[in-house]
Design a protein around this ligand. Structure first.
Ligand code: HEC
Length: 208
């Protein structure tokens, strides 16, 4: 009972403290509050909450990289202002540029230091396959999604069913060991051996 009273007292005290110390927002800075993200006409899934949480999950998934140990968050570290607080990323000697913070990028109209990407979804494709960065391959990423039941369920909830040929390939376990250790070259030649239609479907999954 005493504990409960104590809790009630603490709650009142906390509320009273907040009321007392709650700052009134200076009217001059009211206008600085974040607006809703601007429309993104090239992205059909821009306002899908499901797509956003799936993307959040992928952002921290190091299996997307060629060597399974580098996620986006290795250079865009949440606790370091979504950058890495290094002049250039020391773990990636070939990267000659500073890891930009990705705070508020939803509001930008050009990306990278030279503005060479004009949409956020197109920007994200670059580090995934960049040999100096995550050094992965679009087929590897599609296979990972097909093989991991969590990723597959979430992908399909947002974008619809994965193509049949990819599901069969995943079920056969054709690339099981390569998914873990495979090199860019392995995935490159597996991709080249596919029909044009299959390659198109993989490109679509990668762009999604
Ligand atoms: C090796 C470290 C590294 C990894 C891994 C990495 N990035 Fe980056 N990121 C950078 C660097 C460096 C830049 C600036 C590159 C440039 O200007 O050419 C950048 C730029 C960006 C930008 C543009 C920001 C702006 O202000 O224009 C976004 C968005 C971004 N990265 C998101 C991602 C996402 C999403 C991933 C994972 C798919 C990722 N990054 C993986 C280092 C990294």
């Amino acid at each position: 009972m005493l504990a409960r009273i104590g809790t009630i007292f603490m709650t009142f005290a906390a509320v009273a403290f907040c009321v007392e110390t709650m700052p009134t927002l200076d009217p001059r800075i009211q206008d600085l509050r974040l607006r809703p993200p601007p429309p993104s006409p090239g992205n059909r899934f821009a306002i899908s909450g499901l797509a956003a949480s799936f993307g959040q999950r992928l952002f921290f998934d190091s299996r997307l990289s060629g060597n399974n140990s580098e996620s986006c968050a290795i250079c865009h570290v949440p606790a370091k202002g979504w950058g890495d607080r290094e002049p250039v990323p020391s773990r990636f000697p070939k990267v000659k540029r500073n890891s930009q913070t990705i705070w508020n990028v939803a509001y930008f109209s050009a990306f990278f230091w030279d503005g060479r990407a004009d949409s956020l979804w197109a920007q994200a494709l670059v580090p995934l396959e960049g040999a100096d960065e995550m050094d992965s391959h679009r087929l590897k990423i599609a296979m990972l999604i097909a093989q991991d039941s969590y990723l597959r369920t979430n992908y399909e909830a947002v974008f619809g069913p994965l193509p049949e040929f990819l599901r069969r390939r995943a079920e056969r376990g054709a690339d099981a060991s390569e998914t873990q250790y495979g090199s860019h070259d392995y995935w490159g030649s597996a991709f080249a051996a596919m029909s044009e239609d299959e390659r198109d479907r993989i490109n679509q999954i990668f762009a999604n």
